[in-house]
Design a protein around this ligand. Structure first.
Ligand code: ADP
Length: 547
């Protein structure tokens, strides 16, 4: 028997209509450079309709790509629904990429329009001559007048909305229609595009809200610190809308103090971002007091959350961290680390060890790890393999990109992450394949070393890179940023001594260098590629004869 159920495409439009009907009085708050902006979902809906009309009048057709070049705020969020619900494709450009990469992406995606924050105009002005296909730039500004710009033609976002009809009949879409696209940050070669369908985003949203996912509900107050150009702010704007939660957007100021104030003031219950943000916050909270008791949990992902951070937040500040793993190619949710109930009886040490892992696969995400010969490795928590995944919100190919072929293995997406999977199904990311230290035929996990070093009380950040070595092929170099008060008051030997009972002897970094900061990628992760470049001419001070 077939055709049993109603034809009911899973599209984002349903989320938008639902929030209008059920939660019109709930608030959306944005911290703009000009001050706090507040309005309700009811007002939001009307502006989304106006925006959809404006997009139509600018000639946007089904399937057209409409780009954003913006921080996290309510206008960006308006585009999040207006563009896909109109049938067009929202393309969130990463504002921190190199100009040439941005130009490549805009041209590759064939963006028709770019919606840009006034503060970010200069970046686009520089590359405009390369952006031949863009038919217009829409400027999002709080000021009465548009700033002077060489971008052309330009439109004023607020003027467009004022002039547009507040009613819009959203078209019926198919669930396989494209809704959003996002490019990887391109640590090697040009960025690659991932296009998400409505169906993928709806299913992803549902699963994200589950109790063992982010457990989102109407009572939550959600603050996405992760940028809206970094895989849809990990799906939080969609998830918060589905359940009718209050949303808070931080705008361009992301200093830990700005974030702590916002959490305190708006009584945020759930927030999310990469570890670097929380390492900074952890330091701040040691010297300044904020009432963050509204926080139910902080989602950390994007790179490994050091166990010491998870433990420290919980023990010192009563803030619970949820570690999660995902990828641009996975919309992005892959795994979430929550303790299964029967593991709650374990001693504290083991409980934190589980929670520092990246977690178990979300429903509908299937995963396996394979060795060099393509054989699946056992779920024993020991054997390493390359993680492969499949599921309804994982891309089937990169957008118009020949690199698709090498990224898939018999219907599975190859993540490029090396993992172990334990008998409970928790994965642990050992490293990215390209960041592993290959020493004398064995692998050293740079992630594990970094996390061990960052547990040192004098250390703020640490990144470990592999450098060529005459005898061992590669050996680890640790780059360490001391906490402000311990600058020049920490030694290499202290670090090595601290590591001695935590990692195998042959894992100990051959050298520890103290640096001002670790370079960060466009989405705030440690930029190992930049760090390797910084140390490309490095020569080891001594050749260790015994490792
Ligand atoms: P980019 O490749 O630009 O960094 P992504 O955000 O798509 O963009 O990166 C996905 C990768 O980030 C994963 O393949 C993995 O290596 C890393 N990653 C994501 N979350 C975690 C995590 N919780 N722990 C360790 N690594 C993570």
């Amino acid at each position: 028997m077939k055709g049993l159920m109603m034809e009911y495409p899973l599209t984002l439009t349903h989320l938008l209509e639902r929030v209008r009907k059920l939660y019109p009085h709930k608030e959306i708050v944005s911290r703009m450079p000009s001050g706090l902006h507040r309005y309700t979902y009811g007002e939001y809906y009307e502006r989304v309709c106006r925006l959809a009309n404006a997009l139509r009048s600018l000639g946007v057709q089904k399937g057209d790509r409409v780009a954003t070049f913006a921080w996290n705020h309510y206008r960006h969020f308006e585009l999040y629904f207006a563009v896909p619900c109109l049938g067009a494709v929202l393309h969130t450009l990463n504002i921190r990429l190199f100009p040439d990469q941005i130009a490549y992406i805009v041209n590759h995606a064939e963006d028709q329009l770019i919606f840009v924050d006034d503060s970010l105009i200069p970046v686009l002005e520089r590359i405009q001559p390369q952006l031949k296909g863009v038919k217009g730039y829409v400027i999002m500004t709080d000021s009465e007048r548009l700033p002077e710009t060489s971008l052309s033609p330009v439109y004023d976002y607020e003027a467009l909305l004022r002039e547009a009809d507040p009613h819009f009949e959203f078209p019926t879409l198919e669930e396989d229609d494209a809704a959003v696209m996002c490019y990887t940050s391109g640590t090697t070669g040009n960025p690659k595009g991932a296009v998400y369908s409505h169906r993928a985003l709806v299913l992803h949203t549902l699963v994200e809200c589950l109790p063992d996912g982010m457990a989102l509900g109407e009572r939550d107050v959600v603050l996405p610190i992760v940028p809206m150009f970094h895989v849809n702010a990990w799906g939080l704007p969609f998830a918060a809308t589905l359940v009718g939660a209050k949303q808070v957007y931080p705008g361009p100021h992301l200093h830990p103090r700005d974030i702590a104030e916002l959490i305190q003031q708006e009584k945020v219950t759930l927030t999310a971002g990469v570890p670097t943000i929380w390492l900074g916050m952890y330091e701040l909270l040691q010297s300044e007091r904020y009432d963050l008791s509204s926080l139910r949990t902080v989602i950390i992902g994007g790179s490994a959350a050091p166990r010491s951070l998870i433990e420290g937040f919980e023990k010192r500040f009563g803030i619970s961290i949820t570690h999660a793993w995902g990828m641009t190619e996975m919309s992005p949710l892959g795994t979430v680390s929550k303790l299964k109930s029967h593991l709650e009886q374990l001693p504290e040490e083991e409980r934190f060890a589980y929670r520092a892992k990246q977690g178990i696969p979300a429903p509908f995400v299937e995963l396996r790890a394979v060795d060099d010969q393509g054989r699946e490795v056992p779920w024993d928590g020991q054997t390493m393999g390359e993680l492969q995944v499949r599921g309804p919100w994982i891309i089937r190919s990169y957008y118009n990109d020949p690199r698709t072929e090498e990224a898939f293995d018999d219907g599975w997406f190859r993540t490029g992450d090396v993992v172990t999977i334990d008998p409970e199904g928790y994965i642990q990311i050992v490293d990215r394949t390209k960041d592993l230290v290959k020493s004398g035929g064995e692998w050293i996990s740079s992630v594990e070393l970094e996390n061990a070093i960052m547990a040192h009380p004098k250390v703020k950040e640490a990144a470990v890179i592999a450098l060529p070595h005459p005898k061992w092929q590669e050996r680890p170099l640790a780059c360490v940023v001391p906490k402000e008060e311990f600058k020049d008051k920490i030694t290499k030997d202290e670090i090595l001594e601290f590591l001695r009972d935590k990692v195998a002897k042959w894992w100990l970094p051959d050298e520890v260098v103290f640096v001002e900061e670790i370079p960060k990628t466009s989405v705030g992760k440690f930029d190992k590629k930049a760090l390797r470049k910084q140390f490309e001419d490095y020569t080891w001070p001594t050749t260790p004869d015994e490792i």
